[in-house]
Design a protein around this ligand. Structure first.
Ligand SMILES: NC(=O)c1ccc[n+]([C@@H]2O[C@H](COP(=O)([O-])OP(=O)(O)OC[C@H]3O[C@@H](n4cnc5c(N)ncnc54)[C@H](OP(=O)(O)O)[C@@H]3O)[C@@H](O)[C@H]2O)c1
Length: 203
């Protein structure tokens, strides 16, 4: 550890959607910085695989599968993390969905609901489950994954962009509500990153 500013020794970090892409990179980096990391996605085998690879490198990791659009799954994710490690210091709400490409005017009600439920409501649920525990301990950090698509309009992923703008707004508001209790809440808005999620865009 060269820079103590980024030392995460003893911290428990829960990262949703951490078997691939951006979430996996965040989990790996936090593990390298000393955090105990919770690896999570919808697929139990993928979670076990990634957690196993981290443990093989000498890091602390556990696998807890969870679909972020399902409230029971989210509660189980939080409960199992607390059972294993007793606290959550860092929460990264990274998993998101974008099932359709095309103009917002052609979006079906079903697709709109799926995007909003998974990306916005799931994040609202999970933050509400985790923040009270952080407030009791007077510290914690939460990161919500927004997107450049939440800042600029575009012709193909507009509804997804609306959900990402909502996540940024949620972060701003949670920061006002929970900041006085010692919790930092931020959202980050990546541009195009070459992951499976964005394959249709960068191909
Ligand atoms: N890539 C980009 O260009 C870009 C740009 C801006 C923002 N973002 C944001 O960055 C975040 C991560 O994207 P990514 O590009 O890294 O995606 P990715 O490479 O496709 O990885 C997504 C991860 O989330 C999991 N996941 C997907 N749906 C889930 C669900 N409903 N519940 C729980 N886990 C789920 C996936 O595993 P399973 O399939 O096993 O569940 C996987 O671990 C997203 O919030 C996205 O909106 C991405």
């Amino acid at each position: 550890m060269t820079n103590p500013l980024f030392d995460m020794t003893g911290k428990v970090a829960l990262i949703t959607g951490s078997t691939k892409g951006i979430g996996r990179s965040i989990a790996e980096e936090m593990a390298r910085l000393g955090a105990k990391v919770v690896i999570s996605s919808r697929k139990a085998d993928a979670c076990e695989q990634v957690a196993g690879e981290l443990k093989a490198q000498g890091f602390e990791a556990i696998a807890i599968p969870c679909h972020v659009g399902k409230k029971d799954d989210l509660q189980n994710l939080v409960d199992k993390t607390l059972e294993a490690w007793g606290k959550i210091d860092v929460l990264v709400c990274n998993a998101a969905t974008n099932p359709v490409y095309g103009p917002t005017s052609e979006m079906t009600d079903e697709a709109w609901d799926k995007i909003m439920d998974t990306n916005v409501k799931g994040t609202f649920w999970l933050t509400n489950m985790v923040l009270p525990g952080m407030a009791e301990r007077g510290e914690g950090a939460v990161v919500l994954l927004s997107s450049i698509a939440g800042i600029r309009g575009n012709t193909t992923i507009g509804t997804y962009g609306v959900s990402k703008a909502a996540e940024a707004a949620l972060a701003r508001n949670l920061a006002v509500e929970w900041g006085p209790k010692g919790i930092r809440i931020n959202s980050i808005a990546p541009g195009l990153i070459k992951t499976d999620f964005a394959k249709a865009l960068w191909e």
